[in-house]
Design a protein around this ligand. Structure first.
Ligand SMILES: *Cc1c(COP(=O)(O)O)cnc(C)c1O
Length: 427
């Protein structure tokens, strides 16, 4: 569609788009549409690039499961040496199912329940990134009940302003619901040292998502290191982890991806000087451009001077355009040659169900396959059954092989949890 190819993992093979060595037409014929298609090679490449850039310091890459929680992708990342960052008991379940062990797991999240904290302690997680004094008190009680000491990092809100494409993805600004406000950090650390079933072993921040500039990381890191000095002076001896969170950006089209060399130059020297081990929690950076949503054009239609392509994927499959007003490239799998200015929309009964608005793209006809690019992160995981639409299949490609790694839902799946004859209870 004349917008340039972003990811070499998806390139043209004999005039039609392929994922690595597998034509997308082959995948559509085998598993139908809509389907998410991921490149294992693209994930390996991103992981290797990040790992190499962090090599000068002791570090661990804890993949943020919420970006794409598919078990095959989790296993792939585990083989590469990644740990995971989870934000719920369900993600803990997925991580364990994919073979991660407790020490590979960092538990983040602003609203962990007592049950989730207990499950994390049972699994023996590396760190629980606590976000409030209430959480610290609850964690201490849960750990006491189990007769264990919980490994704690304080997730601080470093109160830096970040420039992300949408304000929903800023999490480290003053007044955000995330993290412990910086001016309360000293008191939170004091609270931890007074609670006998907690051990403070890390400092943590996560300032947002799709961040292309290094300054907010640098500024946040500076604040964490000032706090570290303060805590060390007042006797904290066990802090060994410095978790800078995720948020590294990828390019969806025009914008900049995070430059890893700049990132390394901005943060590694002070990390090294602190003597702490670095943790990063990238999600989107590892998988965002490793996936596309493969869809088929159902109809072309004109209405009120607008030209529509109605495709078989909808906002229930990929929510980002509707939820974040996010840009995704749209491109024909086998372009016919012409371009047209069209709206690419889904079948869902909402005007917000769109993928591209008045965009110059390949001029597809009914029956043609299209891809919505950069759909590897926050795609399938945010999908729903809205309009009683079964969720799409997920396919992983590795070289010239592909496998269905999530089956397409059936109509039966849609009603599976609803008893035909519910049991009524009387009060
Ligand atoms: C979402 C999240 C991440 C990952 O964010 P990306 O922008 O996908 O890198 C990392 N850490 C925490 C705590 C998160 O909530």
């Amino acid at each position: 569609m004349g917008e340039g190819v972003l990811t070499p993992a998806f390139a043209r093979l004999d005039g039609a788009l392929a994922c690595e060595g597998v034509p997308l037409e082959t995948i559509a014929a085998a598993v139908d549409t809509p389907a998410y298609v991921y490149s294992a090679g693209a994930i390996r490449d991103q992981y290797a690039a990040l790992d190499q850039c962090l090599a000068p310091v002791r570090h661990r890459i804890h993949y943020s499961v919420k970006a794409n929680a598919n078990l095959a992708i989790l296993r792939l990342l585990r083989f590469l040496g990644a740990g995971v960052d989870i934000v719920s008991g369900g993600e803990l379940h997925r991580a364990l199912a994919a073979g991660f062990r407790g020490p590979d797991i960092v538990f983040s999240g602003v609203g962990k329940t007592g049950d989730e904290l207990r499950e994390a302690l049972e699994a023996g997680v590396l760190l629980i990134n606590a976000e409030s004094t209430g959480e610290l008190e609850l964690l201490d009680r849960v750990a006491a009940g189990m007769g264990v000491v919980a490994p704690v990092a304080l997730r601080l809100n470093p109160e830096v302003s970040v420039d992300t494409p949408h304000h929903y993805t800023r999490t480290g600004e003053r007044g955000s619901k995330f993290g412990i406000p910086m001016h309360e950090a000293g008191d939170a650390a004091k609270l931890v040292s007074g609670l006998t079933h907690l051990k403070l072993i890390g400092l943590d921040m996560h300032i947002g998502s799709q961040i292309a500039s290094v300054e907010p990381y640098q500024m946040g890191l500076l604040r964490l290191l000032e706090l570290l000095e303060h805590l060390r002076r007042s006797g904290a001896r066990h802090i060994r982890w410095l978790d800078l969170g995720g948020g590294l950006s990828v390019s969806y089209g025009g914008e900049r991806a995070m430059d890893l060399e700049n990132f390394a130059a901005a943060v590694l020297p002070s990390v090294a000087a602190s003597g702490l081990s670095l943790i990063v929690e990238p999600g989107r950076f590892l998988v965002g451009n490793a996936g596309v949503l493969l869809s088929r054009v159902l109809y072309r239609k004109r209405s009120g001077g607008r030209d529509y392509a109605i495709v078989d994927a909808g906002m229930n499959d990929l929510l980002r355009p509707s939820h974040y007003n996010a840009f995704h490239q749209v491109e024909a799998v086998r372009p016919r040659g012409g371009l047209a200015v069209i709206d690419v929309v889904g079948p869902v009964c909402e005007s917000g169900d769109f993928f591209a608005i008045e965009r110059e793209v390949d001029d597809p006809q009914a029956g043609d396959l299209v891809v919505i690019r950069s759909a590897g992160a926050y795609g399938y995981v945010m999908s729903s059954n809205y309009n009683a639409r079964p969720r799409a299949a997920e396919v992983l490609v590795d070289g010239d092989r592909f496998a269905v790694v999530t089956l397409r839902e059936s109509y039966g799946d849609l009603t599976r949890l609803e008893p035909a004859d519910p049991t009524w209870r009387t009060v």
